[in-house]
Design a protein around this ligand. Structure first.
Ligand SMILES: [Fe+2]
Length: 475
């Protein structure tokens, strides 16, 4: 028995039917389409000795960045150990087994490196390419988000069935490296292959976000909801991007409606990956002076049932602290910090979670608490000092922009006119079409007692960009 994957790689223990189901499952997984687990389970039931569907499922569990799901990945691997030990699996499958073991053991970066090396020998192996890309995202490895894919893509051709998946990954990598126009074009090429590629939709959304193209972003997302918002496990995050465009174009009501309908609602799974987006949106509103407590209170309560007592992924801890502060639960936020301090005091356990917590997660969580307690100068000092290496705790530039917005808000509230003006200057220089950025620049100029005409000019620019964004969104 042996079967060949759509890229021509031979798997000695695969059957034709098992391979067909796996190939379908890996595409659904790459696009986050809801039937993915059913498809992978069907592949496993059909062909239990074929490693790849098991590995794909284990990675799906690890994507959840929560201890109970990491345990499920460990169980999948334990169940497969008899097959692995026969020595009949391919070198590709053995690499995946080692990568999953590393990630389960807390070594995300080690796992990413195993798949990186696999990609040198097997550039056409899609699970390693796509999951490695996701690992680079979880590890905040911006360069490799692009270059892992760039190293492998030339081994592919346009008519390979999974080529669109590779393009979608490259699009996001280009975006995370500041190549916004190329990201948009590559993402659109991926969507020409598969209109329902939610990751390519996401890459294009990021390219608009980083350029402050809020009107284009709203138009792009809302005209394609049929492709990315239905039966898709990533829909909440893409709705979050939609809400960011609405927020920055000044349409707060629309952003809150998106929150209620697409990001956090009664049937939404209460898991870290969905609550993170909810917290990130409410926090941006909170630091901007909007009262979001009626939504943040229940979210804060839900975090208490989800966040593990021993930190697992500090990016989640930060978002839990944000929800607590925005919901008015300072004790809850302080507890998030206290359990991180306790974890640090116990000493380095060799996991990425420990080093990420020490370098970024803990100081950031302290800064969130400082913001909530009105200690704006302390908050600003902490965030200003670590912004150069904040990427180490994972996520995208757009997600970590929450830190820059908190820093700017703290500078404004704390009366630090020079810092506020410098930070707002950075924002309007990097994304001059974003109305939010100009509104904050006007606030900073006011605080810094700049000449009145300059303040008026910035305020007018914010207003005209806002009108323009609304018109573009409607067009
Ligand atoms: Fe995103």
């Amino acid at each position: 028995m042996a079967a060949t994957d759509p890229q021509g790689i031979v798997f000695p223990t695969a059957s034709d039917r098992g391979m067909a189901l796996y190939a379908q499952g890996v595409q659904q997984m790459s696009f986050f389409q809801a039937p993915v687990l059913e498809t992978l389970d069907a592949a496993i039931a059909e062909n239990p000795e074929f490693g790849m569907p098991h590995f794909a499922k284990a990675y799906m569990m690890l994507y959840m960045t929560s201890p109970e799901y990491t345990d499920m990945a460990a169980q999948i691997m334990a169940g497969l150990r008899g097959v692995i030990d026969t020595g009949r699996l391919s070198a590709v499958e053995q690499a995946h087994a080692a990568a999953i073991d590393a990630w389960v053991g807390g070594d995300l970066r080690g796992a990413a490196a195993i798949l990186d090396r696999l990609g040198l020998d097997q550039p056409r192996e899609i699970l390693g390419l796509r999951v490695g890309h996701e690992m680079d995202f979880f590890a905040g490895n911006s360069r490799n988000l692009r270059d892992r894919v760039a190293r492998q893509i030339t081994a592919w051709s346009e008519d390979d069935p999974h080529y669109g998946i590779v393009l979608g990954a490259l699009a996001f990598g280009l975006e995370e490296n500041g190549q916004y126009q190329a990201a948009e074009e590559t993402g659109m090429r991926a969507l020409a292959h598969h209109p329902k590629d939610a990751w390519a939709v996401h890459a294009v959304a990021h390219s608009f976000e980083m350029r402050g193209m809020t009107g284009e972003g709203i138009a792009f997302m809302t005209t394609r909801t049929g492709d990315w918002a239905e039966a898709n496990l990533f829909a909440g995050h893409n709705w979050w991007h939609t809400a960011l465009f609405q927020l920055d174009s000044g349409d707060i009501d629309a952003a809150l409606k998106t929150y209620d309908q697409g990001i956090f609602f009664a049937e939404q799974m209460r898991v870290a990956v969905t609550m993170l987006d909810a917290s990130a949106l409410l926090w941006r509103l909170h630091v901007d002076g909007h009262d979001v407590s009626s939504r943040a209170e229940p979210l804060s309560g839900d975090w208490k049932t989800v966040l593990p007592e021993v930190p697992h992924y500090p990016f989640n801890d930060m978002h839990a602290a944000m929800a607590h502060v925005a919901g008015g639960d300072m004790a809850g936020a302080e507890h998030v910090v206290a359990r991180m301090e306790h974890y640090m005091a116990a000493g380095d356990d060799g996991t990425n979670a420990w080093s990420m917590t020490r370098r970024v997660g803990l100081p950031v969580a302290r800064a969130i608490v400082d913001f909530g307690a009105g200690r704006y100068a302390e908050c600003a000092e902490t965030l200003y000092a670590l912004r150069g290496h904040a990427a180490e705790f994972g996520g995208s530039h757009a997600q970590r922009d929450a830190l820059d917005r908190t820093l700017l808000a703290a500078a404004l509230r704390g009366g630090s006119g020079s810092m506020a003006r410098a930070l707002a200057s950075e924002r309007i220089t990097n994304a001059p079409r974003n109305p939010f950025n100009w509104a904050r620049f006007a606030d900073a100029l006011t605080l810094a007692q700049a000449p009145a005409p300059r303040i008026t000019e910035a305020r007018n620019r914010a207003d005209s960009l806002q009108r323009e964004a609304m018109q573009t969104a409607m067009a």
